[in-house]
Design a protein around this ligand. Structure first.
Ligand code: ZN
Ligand code: CA
Length: 469
């Protein structure tokens, strides 16, 4: 009898273990936290730090190696502007290519500046303010150079075909780079002027306690660029794939920040007038099934305009857009909201920033749940368990489509090799709508990294870190 008893005991123990395992599994499946990942505050903080450092990799000009975390970057394109006997060195390469794109630099600097302005305490407490401010100054130094007089702004450097035919580090690129796009009395560019003006006004607000004389220079240029965009209305010329579809949103964004800088009601009136005007693709910006991006900053305007005016038409518009993101927009099986395959993660990050902003105002917790679900997906809570921020987490893309990071000189063969350098902090374009990611340099639709991708992400991470819950 002793032996069967022992067997019974073993069976009972096995049964008990099975019951416990099943119970834990069931509890995990149905507990309210089951869809939430194990990502911790320290992880968001590390992701924030890395995402800011990424910008060092895309710096252009004579002083790239100063205050740069990447020892594989150095001076490049030191003749930019020489074709006009002017100095347009500086600024940022757009992505893995080396063009300097006006609309995207203006947008990126304005969104980064907006985030610093809003979450200064978070950037301070996580030790990121100094680096972000110096990155922003690298943008605004360049904008000030390109604004050669009060009615002129140069915004396009580099020929797209020539540039895209080159594969190699920016330091080795010796092409003539034409300065081919200008906004002046004969050439409108209300979108570029609006974005750049907003970036400069925000820099005034962010920098006036650091160096007032520099901040005032930024404000003065911001006013002139706003006047250029407002008085001579029209789209900028297409640069690379940046075919702008709206400029009233950009003028509204510019006017809004001038209002914040100067408290002049006329700017507030302009911002409100412009934000409802239709664009090429959208008859009603208050019913927007898209999100914040380089081409459309209307949602950013609406959060700020609502804060100032409490006008319900702005809150209705934000609820309309965020309900679309939460409830109607298709998502992958892994939970990524899929707006568009070209930079899908950038859109999810940008929508998360708008959702967090709106959560801070309304205290609607479903917005935070939504935003965290998207940011967590980016950080590795996805079916591939891949972080899409390079250098963050255990597994991340190895073959980003970025010439400086790739480090090889040959178009055909070498670029197939594993990247020489780690593009720390870069958010890549992202996976397919089946949650699949092709980690190859030539599949740029997956592995591209562009300056605007990180901009909304940084604000969203700062907001999540700062959330008290
Ligand atoms: Zn360069
Ligand atoms: Ca626009």
């Amino acid at each position: 009898m002793g032996i069967p008893k022992k067997n019974e005991l073993v069976i009972m123990v096995i049964l008990l273990i099975n019951i416990i395992v099943i119970a834990v599994a069931v509890f995990t499946m149905f507990s309210p936290n089951s869809t939430q990942s194990s990502i911790k505050k320290a992880d968001y903080q590390q992701a924030l730090k890395y995402s800011i450092l990424f910008y060092d990799a895309n710096k252009c000009g004579r002083h790239v190696d100063v205050d740069n975390v990447f020892d594989w970057r150095g001076p490049c394109h030191i003749d930019d502007g020489k074709d006009l006997n002017l100095d347009f060195t500086g600024g940022f390469h757009d992505g893995g290519d080396h063009l300097k794109v006006g609309i995207n630099q203006g947008y990126t600097a304005s969104i980064l500046g907006w985030s610093l302005y809003t979450y200064r305490d978070i950037f301070d407490s996580t030790g990121n303010t100094k680096k972000l401010l110096s990155t922003l100054k690298y943008f605004t130094d360049y904008f000030l150079k390109c604004h050669t007089n009060k009615s002129t702004f140069y915004y396009g450097i580099g020929d797209v075909i020539e540039d895209h035919n080159y594969w190699g580090p920016p330091e080795n690129q010796s092409l003539d780079r034409p300065t081919h796009l200008v906004a002046d009395i004969n050439h409108p560019a209300s979108d570029v002027c609006g974005e750049t003006s907003a970036a400069l006004s925000i820099m005034y607000l962010n920098y006036r306690d650091t160096e007032n004389s520099y901040a005032l220079k930024c404000l003065s240029a911001a006013k002139e660029l706003y006047q250029m965009g407002k008085e001579n209305r029209g789209y900028a010329q297409v640069q690379s794939s940046y075919d702008s579809g709206s400029f009233y949103d950009d003028l509204s964004w510019a006017a809004l920040w001038l209002y914040k800088a100067e408290n002049d009601k006329e700017y507030l009136n302009d911002a409100q007038e412009f934000v409802v005007k239709k664009s090429k693709y959208n008859n009603n910006p208050l019913m927007n099934n898209w999100t914040l991006c380089w081409d459309d900053v209307s949602l950013a305007c609406l959060t700020e305009l609502y804060t100032i005016t409490k006008n319900p038409k702005y809150s209705d518009a934000l609820n309309y857009n965020l309900n679309y993101w939460k409830n109607d927009l298709k998502k992958t099986r892994g939970g990524l909201k899929y707006l568009n395959k070209n930079g899908v993660l950038r859109y999810a990050a940008n929508a998360s920033l708008i959702a967090m902003k709106w959560y801070e105002i309304t205290n609607d917790k479903s917005l935070k749940v939504f935003a965290k679900s998207q940011i967590d997906y980016i950080l590795g809570a996805n079916p591939s368990k891949t972080s899409y921020i390079i250098g963050f987490g255990k597994k991340y893309p190895q073959n980003v489509s970025h010439r400086a990071a790739n480090g090889y000189d040959s178009i055909q063969q070498d670029k197939q090799k594993k990247s020489k350098n780690v593009l720390l902090g870069a958010l890549v374009s992202g996976p397919s709508d089946k949650d699949q990611f092709i980690d190859k340099v030539e599949n740029y639709e997956y592995t591209e990294a562009i300056i605007d991708f990180n901009a909304g992400l940084i604000g969203a991470l700062a907001s999540i870190i700062g959330d008290a819950d």
